[in-house]
Ligand binder design. Structure first.
Ligand code: C2E
Ligand code: CA
Ligand code: CA
Length: 644
């Protein structure tokens, strides 16, 4: 479009220039018509010359009325005319023709002579002069004729030129009109395109605005998502950290920051038994309970899992404790999820910042306080104290000691007998791990097993127990079984089966003599993966016992789904069995159930004959407990007469 416009504009400029040139040319051509005056001037000269000649003839004849004055007048006119022949284009025309120049020269000379002699010229002299003057008339006439012919020629050429210029002029005018029309068309088209572009631009601008708004809202959403927990909509750990750092920064003007860390009690069990959907709903409900506590600038976050945090400004220790109590109370009241009523508590760890506290430091302190609260039991509160720091150091050194215990030969396997209720004859032993530390002394399994589970060391420890106990049991009579405890952590380790098979192969123990004890909590996840592992273990030929039955979130469905061979009634029932009718009823029910499922029933923690009698009466197959024998090292097993 621009090119077309440029071409049209150039055409205009050229055409205008050319028109100016054509007009100038036309002017020239028109000037050529003036040439017609030349032939007229020559013929006038000839006429005047003839008139002078005839006047001279009259003078020579002495005709009355013709005097010298009149002759002078005529001669001057002729001389004037002759002078005009020596001017302008006519002079050039005459000069170009030698014969014409000669004629004019001769006439000039003749008239010059006459001019000089005129005053004394007598009629007789005039008579003598006449033939000379007359002699030049034909020559002058032919000069006039030639001049006329020349003028006619020039005028014809000028005519032709004017015609040509006229045509060009007309063409140019037409061209200009066409160019003008093209220009108008192009301008209209240009306008139309501009209009369209304008509309398009408006549309694009609107689209851009919409896209920008969308982008802004997307960015806001992304930022929100990055800093919020999707389940509870509470700020997440990232926002918590950022906010904590900001509040601890002196320019925030906040003197003291109180950090309360919350960890729900037994959430994992609820999540595992009732399912993740219920767990999620419970977390949402807990979040909804905590949220109304926020009054001023408290920040309430979910740090992950069942951990929540509350950051409050300018609270002293008592106020923070009050707030924590309020939180514990709120969270503790029952929740109604679906048609279930669920109860859950929380522990709270509190840390209060001092001058120049760092976010990580404050978080660590609150963490230590929470750890302490957890140790104190469900629903506990704890405020950070410096001794917790040394406790942490102790925890670390305990872990390090445990890690080295196997290498340092500090571990031992003790064996506790299991007997038949009917005959009191030993039918097996449970392998129980013992750790004797050179400084700490005898460390109970209840203390180090959970630590080993947390650090993952239980896998190495369990493998060692398995190998040691299998090797020992292989020395016993073939009817004596060995029961080995299996931690849930071990059960989920990928090389469990391999370890069991290796232990059996190395010791050459009949798999039928090996019994693995697992607590029912192992089944809480109840994933297909767990069931597959248990099936694989059974496929090796070993038997499975459910340990501590009745203490966890017992699900009778598990008994059906998992191929247990033995059920161990937890010792907590045994201690109550003689005093509580309810405990007795439960045990009676469990024994009946086990029998129906064709499982061997064993009661553990039997300490008195009374308990023994009860169990026997209820039809429990086997008994384990201090009444029969405490766990002893292998070296003390000879008394049982079990060696082959
Ligand atoms: P558990 O499997 O329930 O083991 C039975 C616990 O009850 C043993 O405590 C045993 O010494 C104790 N006990 C036995 N008879 C009586 C009794 O008549 N009265 C009382 N009051 N207690 C009795 P221990 O040896 O301290 O073991 C505690 C827990 O540590 C075990 O509970 C078991 O869960 C775990 N544990 C022990 N050894 C191992 C092991 O080698 N591997 C794994 N994974 N866990 C182990
Ligand atoms: Ca056990
Ligand atoms: Ca047990």
């Amino acid at each position: 479009m621009r090119k077309a416009l440029a071409v049209v504009v150039c055409c205009f400029i050229l055409a205008t220039g050319y028109i100016a040139y054509v007009i100038a040319e036309r002017q020239n051509a028109l000037q050529k018509f003036a040439r017609y005056n030349d032939s007229w001037a020559v013929s006038q000269t000839v006429g005047e010359y003839v008139r002078f000649e005839s006047l001279l003839a009259e003078y020579a004849l002495g005709i009355e009325g013709v005097d010298k004055d009149e002759l002078r007048l005529r001669l001057d006119i002729v001389l004037g005319r002759m002078n005009s022949l020596r001017e302008g284009s006519l002079a050039a025309f005459i000069d170009a023709k030698p014969d014409m120049r000669k004629v004019i020269g001769e006439v000039d000379q003749l008239l010059g002579d006459v001019d000089k002699r005129l005053e004394e010229l007598s009629p007789a002299e005039a008579r003598a002069l006449l033939p000379v003057i007359s002699g030049h008339v034909p020559q002058l006439t032919s000069v006039a004729a030639e001049s006329v012919a020349n003028d006619v020629e020039i005028i014809d050429a000028a005519h032709a030129e004017v015609r040509k210029l006229h045509i060009i002029y007309t063409g140019l005018a037409g061209g200009l009109i066409l160019c003008g029309m093209a220009l108008i068309f192009l301008l209209l088209r240009h306008n139309q395109l501009l209009d369209r572009a304008q509309t398009k631009l408006t549309l694009l601008t609107e689209e851009l605005q919409t896209a920008t708004l969308e982008l802004q809202s997307n960015n806001l959403r992304l930022e929100y998502d990055a800093y919020h927990d999707a389940l509870t909509n509470l700020p997440n750990r990232a926002l918590f950290r950022r906010e904590l750092v900001r509040r601890l920064d002196p320019p925030s003007g906040i003197d003291k920051v109180a950090l309360l860390l919350l960890d729900l009690d037994g959430f994992k069990e609820i999540n595992d038994t009732l399912g993740h959907d219920v767990g999620d709903s419970l977390l949402q409900a807990v979040a909804a309970r905590i949220l109304p506590i926020r009054k001023n600038h408290e920040l309430i976050c979910r740090l992950g899992g069942d951990e929540f945090a509350l950051v409050a400004d300018n609270l002293d220790e008592d106020q923070a404790l009050d707030l924590a109590r309020c939180l514990v109370e709120r969270i503790a009241s029952p929740y109604h999820i679906g048609d279930m009523e669920i109860k859950i508590g929380t522990c709270v760890g509190i840390a209060i910042s001092h001058r120049q506290s760092h976010a990580d430091e404050l978080l660590k302190h609150a963490d230590l306080a929470l750890y302490e609260a957890k140790r104190a039991g469900a629903g506990s509160l704890s405020v950070y104290r410096p001794y917790m720091q040394s406790q942490l150091a102790e925890k670390r050194s305990f872990e390090a000691d445990l890690q080295a215990a196997l290498q340092n030969n500090e571990m031992d396997v003790f064996y506790q007998p299991q007997v038949s209720t009917e005959t009191r004859a030993v039918c097996g032993f449970e392998a129980l791990l013992r750790w004797t530390h050179p400084v700490r002394g005898r460390v109970p399994p209840a203390e180090f097993i959970p630590v080993a589970e947390r650090t993952g060391f239980i896998n190495a420890l369990g493998k060692w127990v398995m190998e040691t106990a299998c090797k020992e049991a292989a020395l016993w009579k073939p009817n004596i079984k060995i029961a080995i405890n299996l931690s849930p952590v071990q059960l989920h380790s990928s090389n469990l089966i391999q370890n069991v098979v290796e232990a059996l192969e190395k010791s050459n123990l009949d798999p039928a003599r090996l019994e693995l004890e697992i607590t029912e909590s192992v089944l809480l996840g109840n994933s297909d993966q767990t069931l597959a592992i248990l099936d694989n273990l059974k496929a090796v030929g070993i038997s499975m016992a459910m340990d501590d039955f009745g203490t966890g979130y017992s699900s009778l469905g598990n008994l059906r789904r998992v191929p247990f061979d033995k059920l161990k009634i937890d010792q907590s029932f045994l201690s109550d069995i003689t005093s509580s009718q309810d405990a007795l009823a439960i045990v009676e029910f469990v024994v009946g159930l086990g029998r129906k499922l064709r499982m061997t029933m064993i009661a553990e923690g039997v300490e008195t004959e009374e308990q023994f009698a009860h169990m026997r009466q209820l039809g429990c197959d086997q008994i384990q407990g201090y009444l029969i024998g405490k766990p002893v090292p292998a070296s003390e097993l000879t008394a049982y007469g079990i060696y082959a």
